[in-house]
Design a binder for this molecule. Structure first.
Ligand code: SF4
Ligand code: SF4
Length: 85
């Protein structure tokens, strides 16, 4: 798990994380991010997702749009409802 962004909402820690093993490179996250800050790249056959962290508003669109559950959102370390954890 790679933490892409960490922030606070109502005094709770919110994390946006990427789970590389689950990603199939569909680029749905890249296409649908309202801030256009997601990049999907391929290194040695494996997909990697990165974001421009400072511009991320933790809206959760990429989480919802990822059919592979490769992007997850956590609140105080627990998956937010809607993830497959
Ligand atoms: S949480 Fe929202 S702003 Fe941040 S990378 Fe995902 S879709 Fe973009
Ligand atoms: S939407 Fe999910 S599976 Fe598709 S490229 Fe993004 S992280 Fe990978």
């Amino acid at each position: 798990m790679i933490v892409l962004k960490e922030g606070y909402r109502k005094e709770k820690i919110i994390q946006l994380a990427f789970i590389p093993d689950r990603c199939d490179g569909c680029r749905s996250c890249e296409r649908t991010c309202p801030e256009s800050i997601v990049a999907v790249e391929r290194f040695y056959g494996e997909f990697h997702v990165s974001i421009k962290e400072q511009k991320c508003r933790l809206c959760g669109t990429c989480v919802k749009m990822c059919r592979s559950f490769a992007i997850e959102m956590y609140q105080d370390g627990k998956p937010i409802k809607g993830s497959n954890q």
